[in-house]
Design a binder for this molecule. Structure first.
Ligand SMILES: *[C@@H]1O[C@H](CO)[C@@H](O)[C@H](O)[C@H]1NC(C)=O
Ligand SMILES: *[C@@H]1O[C@H](CO)[C@@H](O)[C@H](O)[C@H]1NC(C)=O
Ligand SMILES: *[C@@H]1O[C@H](CO)[C@@H](O)[C@H](O)[C@H]1NC(C)=O
Ligand SMILES: *[C@@H]1O[C@H](CO)[C@@H](O)[C@H](O)[C@H]1NC(C)=O
Ligand SMILES: *[C@@H]1O[C@H](CO)[C@@H](O)[C@H](O)[C@H]1NC(C)=O
Length: 302
């Protein structure tokens, strides 16, 4: 306690002398986006990760765990039933007006929050996202729904029903989050033309040079794939791999993808400038220890 108040006094004096010293003293803020079936503030998931980040980064780091909606229940529901493009707009507006983020922030995306935060980087360059870490994000989408994360079986069964009706049916596409990153390798043409979210941010329609320029502003893009992931189909999507067109078994990896080869998003340039990191975590979807986080992720937040 004595040390804390002493430190506070030092910071106060420095603040009087010039804000640039304060910037040095303040750790870079962290923005987190939770996954499907989860919410901003579940003490067992995002709540405990927020604590972990606060402890490991230290210095009273500001950690914002995004809540989409006005309550935890709405936040969880919106992870299934609010058009992703609208969610991105809401988040961009929220980040823009948060005074603590104006000098830049690091971003941690969990599961679908990984591709959502990538969309934020591509669409909303200000305030600047510095490092983006995606934990099990589905960057080439999913083709399957093997298991439901979260506790809400009712919502999960509803999602399955709608996906079976047809992910690219217009009203389902515009309503259901998981349809918006559904990627059917037997139907690439339909995916390209109908997917309102993933096909857009992955440059499947007209090439948007702004998306590439903005993603290239990142200091680092870090993609974590979970080696024993039983939730994401295929887990290689977490590293931009996916099923080769026309079937659902053989895969291409990032290096072999059109996105990388034609460098439509800047992934190749990021890699060649040493700013792309692919990490494999042992274990199932989003399962990692504090020690693993400290050894592999902390360096991007310090
Ligand atoms: C490209 O993306 C930017 C950022 O979201 C957007 O403002 C612009 O309208 C897009 N351009 C095209 C051609 O879609
Ligand atoms: C599941 O979600 C539905 C719709 O939001 C809600 O009505 C229901 O209470 C939730 N069930 C549980 C167990 O949380
Ligand atoms: C990134 O570059 C390294 C070194 O040139 C290469 O070995 C690696 O395969 C590249 N990564 C991807 C995803 O292609
Ligand atoms: C992709 O596969 C090729 C050929 O097997 C391999 O050389 C390359 O290193 C792989 N890239 C990644 C990112 O795994
Ligand atoms: C998956 O789990 C098994 C058993 O726990 C372990 O031996 C293996 O190394 C894991 N594989 C990966 C890729 O993480």
């Amino acid at each position: 306690m004595a040390v804390m108040s002493c430190l506070g006094a030092v910071l106060l004096i420095l603040a009087l002398n010039g804000s640039y010293v304060l910037t040095l003293a303040d750790p870079v803020p962290v923005v987190m986006w939770h996954g499907m079936g989860d919410s901003c503030c579940n003490p067992l998931s995002m709540g405990s990760i927020k604590k972990l980040v606060e402890q490991q980064v230290g210095g009273g780091v500001y950690v914002l765990s995004l809540e989409i909606g006005n309550s935890i229940v709405e936040d969880m529901e919106n992870g299934f039933l609010m058009n992703v493009n609208k969610q991105i707009d809401i988040v961009c507006a929220q980040l823009k007006k948060d005074p603590k983020l104006q000098n830049g922030f690091n971003a941690l995306g969990f599961s679908q929050g990984g591709q959502f935060l990538r969309a934020v980087a591509q669409r909303c360059p200000s305030p600047p996202m510095l490092n983006l870490v995606s934990f099990g994000g589905q960057h080439q989408g999913v083709y399957g729904f093997p298991k439901c994360p979260g506790d809400n079986i009712t919502l999960c069964n509803y999602v399955r029903k709608l996906l079976n009706l047809g992910a690219y049916v217009s009203w389902i596409q515009n309503l259901l989050v998981q349809a918006e990153y559904w990627h059917d390798p037997l139907n690439e043409a339909e995916y390209r033309s109908k997917s309102v979210f993933l096909a857009d941010i992955n440059q499947e329609r007209q090439f948007n040079a702004t998306y590439k320029a903005n993603l290239l502003k990142l200091k680092n893009l870090v993609l974590v794939m979970f080696g024993n992931d039983t939730i994401v189909d295929p887990k290689e999507s977490e590293w931009f791999g996916f099923y080769i067109e026309g079937q659902g078994k053989a895969l291409y990896n990032m290096t072999e993808s059109k996105l990388y080869q034609q460098d439509l998003l800047g992934l190749k340039e990021l890699n060649e400038s040493g700013r792309l990191t692919l990490l494999e975590a042992p274990g199932d979807h989003l399962q990692f220890t504090d020690a693993w986080f400290e050894a592999n992720i902390l360096r991007f937040l310090k």
